[in-house]
Design a protein around this ligand. Sequence first.
Ligand code: PCA
Length: 215
Amino acid sequence: MNNILVTGFGPFGGEPVNPALEAIKLLDGRQLGDYTIVTKELPVTRFASIEAMEKYIVETEPVLVLAVGQAGGRLEITPERVAINMDDFRIPDNGGFQPVDEAIVAGAQVAYWSSLPIKAMVAAMKQAGIPAAVSNSAGTFVCNHLFYGLMHYLAEHGNRVRGGFVHIPYLPEQAARLGGQPSMAVETIVKGLEVALVAAMSVESDIKQTGGTIC
Ligand code: PCA
């Protein structure tokens, strides 16, 4: 099956919407060359998110997996560089879980790199006029949890499928309600994700271009 699996989380933390879910609804079924984008919603619950992801990978047999989540306060679309083996939840997830300093997979390696070309994805989005930047931390909540679980699963299955995570800003409707927060229109997010996916599909080894920060 020539599928690209794109997942998005549902609402959490008291917000009525999640931009990730709104964006993936619009991406579902789009064609990228010979490939079809298949989108699925994931629960914002620690282990259930990984279980759902694994089920959808088995079902869709994707060539590439991109998970998408909301990062309120971010200005840009941000491909994540690294997932860490650590849950430290500032708020409970949607299942009521609030682990503090717990490994996601006990005894497994400290971290996994994204296996997507994050620099090329950022460059492609910027080229298309969409604000984008590398992120060097996916946090310690459910997004990082899912990202780590995804990369661990792909590694355990021979790394034949590439995968990664992208955080996106609030939607304008959220920023209007919350006040003082940056936002991005869903159409811009969708275009950015599409452009990023094209780059991810076409670039094997990432480009050398700084995406670092001083601190
Ligand atoms: N963002 C949260 C979890 C779900 C989502 O969309 C996070 O960044 O961990």
